[in-house]
Design a protein around this ligand. Structure first.
Ligand SMILES: [Zn+2]
Length: 181
């Protein structure tokens, strides 16, 4: 059986791909579920979108996701780093959205305030946020469930997932995207 190859237009169905050992695996950009290589067919991908994410049918390309990370510098000061991932010209881009100092006593509401202020400044639409990942920010561990709750108030459809594995998956995505570009 020849392996199925990813096609850029599968992004229309909300799918990017991961490079497996010897095959490409379609991955949903909304919930990050990875399907088998055999499912790399338009009707299978469409089926996932319409069954699992019916609210995104017809506007698949208008979503983005946030990744909240944290870095601690030599002076032991924490920075909140927020990345955004979005669809642009048949590919998925990841950009640094902003970076702001974080108090060690930071609460979910403080993080939300920073993010919300940025959305306001940039005119970003909470309704288009599909996914937020906070695993990279240890100082926020205690605040994580609270932050997820606040996000739900902004957009009830937003999915908050643990994505420790996903952090490397993003890198894989990027290199394969560049290679095939
Ligand atoms: Zn999905």
């Amino acid at each position: 059986m020849p392996k199925r190859k990813y096609d850029d237009k599968y992004l229309d169905y909300g799918f990017t791909f991961l490079e497996g050992r010897d095959e490409q695996l379609p991955q949903c950009v909304i919930c990050h579920k990875t399907l088998s290589n055999d499912s790399m067919k338009p009707h299978q991908l469409k089926k996932h979108l319409s069954n699992v994410h019916p609210e995104f049918v017809g506007k698949e390309r208008q979503f983005f996701e946030l990744k909240l990370d944290e870095s601690v510098d030599v002076a032991n000061l924490s920075q909140l780093i927020v990345f955004v991932r979005y669809v642009h010209d048949q590919s998925i881009e990841e950009d640094l959205l902003f970076c702001r100092p974080l108090e060690t006593t930071t609460q979910a509401a403080d993080v939300m305030q920073l993010v919300d202020a940025f959305f306001e400044e940039e005119g970003l639409d909470w309704g288009k946020l599909v996914h937020a990942c906070t695993d990279g920010a240890p100082a926020m561990l205690g605040a994580r469930s609270g932050f997820a709750k606040l996000l739900k108030q902004k957009n009830p459809k937003v999915v908050t997932l643990h994505c420790i594995i996903h952090r490397s998956a993003i890198k894989d995505d990027d290199t394969t995207a560049q290679r095939s570009a």
